[in-house]
Ligand binder design. Structure first.
Ligand SMILES: *Cc1c(COP(=O)(O)O)cnc(C)c1O
Length: 346
């Protein structure tokens, strides 16, 4: 990896961040707070939340097996993705390389920040070729984006190929593990000490069942996390979200239970899809959704909408011609989907 200072934008490296009232006072004994122009009434919502979410990170660190100083919390992983561009990429000068097809937010954030986005197609089985990806980089490439299990294809990328990318690149490798709770692969989050140039993304939105509270995580070496903290809005995670996250951590055994049920349901549903007359292919998956190729995705999509069932039409995405992406629901929802599809007539 290049020295961090060479990768970070100069304006960010030298940025003097906003210092909030809560940053400047860090003691524990005080009980009278007259420093932040808050209203003394309407507790607990009258107080600004902890800008660094220290208590939450302490608990999360244990569960995720990382250090609190290796955690950034954002308004969804989407905040972390946007911050990565703002920290590392000079607009109109730097570029990033990503696999395709993949999660759409990487390109949207690149476009918003005026950063060139170079995509490299996966093969027809959505497998990663490290060499091809590395060949697309040049001296202005600051980041490579990988997503495993990948969205919308659902498959794990091969771990050895990912390691080739990490070892073969001088910049930052972002590994989006939004769906890793559903996968049997060892998460890269556990290898932070081994690979200094990775940033791993996780989210509360999928296995944790908390998409509504908007809480995403980035795990990286503490020097990189310090950069996130410099650039983020001071109070980016509100009090309500921090409270709900504590609740979610207390109920973490529910998450294991949900994952077990969803994996069973996914396998049942995928097997049933293979029996449908218009189904051409069900792609292998390591996530809580799967991609299915059908005779005419637009027609089936519209038919399902008319039945009040919404799936994701991915047929205009590269390598996904005539593909629908199906999220696994409850047993009842999955049965509703299947019975609608079984009574479909051309
Ligand atoms: C759903 C998803 C996320 C989650 O984004 P949040 O902003 O945390 O809700 C991140 N990455 C991928 C690949 C996803 O599919």
């Amino acid at each position: 990896m290049k020295p961090l200072q060479q990768l970070v934008r100069a304006n960010i490296w030298y940025l003097k961040p906003y210092s909030s009232a809560r940053d400047e006072y860090k003691g524990v004994d005080a009980s009278v707070f007259l420093d932040a122009n808050e209203n003394p009434y309407n507790a607990p919502y009258n107080r600004y939340p902890d800008p660094l979410q220290r208590d939450l990170k302490e608990e999360l660190a244990v569960i995720k097996q990382v250090l609190p100083s290796q955690i950034f919390l954002g308004n969804g992983s989407d905040e972390a993705i946007d911050l990565l561009f703002r920290i590392f990429c000079n607009p109109k000068e730097d570029n990033v390389v990503a696999i395709a097809p993949t999660y759409g937010m990487y390109k949207v954030c690149a476009d918003i920040n005026e950063v060139e986005y170079r995509s490299v197609l996966l093969d027809e089985n959505f497998a990663l070729n490290a060499e091809q990806l590395l060949n697309a980089t040049d001296q202005h490439t600051k980041m490579i984006f990988l997503c495993t299990p990948n969205n919308p294809s659902g498959n794990d990328l091969d771990r050895d190929e990912i390691i080739k990318v990490i070892n073969g690149f001088q910049g930052i490798v972002v590994i989006d593990e939004a769906y890793s709770d559903f996968s049997k692969q060892k998460p890269f989050r556990l290898d932070l000490m081994k690979y200094e140039n990775i940033v791993v993304l996780n989210t509360f939105s999928k296995a944790w069942g908390c998409a509504g509270i908007r809480l995403g995580m980035a795990f990286a070496g503490s020097e990189i996390i310090d950069l996130f903290n410099k650039v983020k809005y001071p109070y980016n995670i509100n009090l309500l979200t921090q409270h709900q996250a504590f609740d979610a951590l207390k109920r973490r055994y529910d998450v294991d239970k949900w994952v077990g049920v969803l994996m069973y349901e996914r396998n049942q549903l995928a097997a049933s899809f293979k029996e449908l007359p218009f189904c051409r292919k069900v792609y292998p998956t390591d996530a809580n959704f799967f991609l299915v190729k059908v005779d005419d995705a637009d027609v089936i999509y519209k038919y399902l909408v008319s039945c009040g069932i919404i799936v994701r039409n991915r047929s205009r995405v590269e390598l996904c011609g005539n593909c629908l992406r199906i999220t696994v629901g409850t047993t009842q929802e999955n049965n509703q989907l299947l019975s609608a599809l079984r009574s479909y007539k051309k």
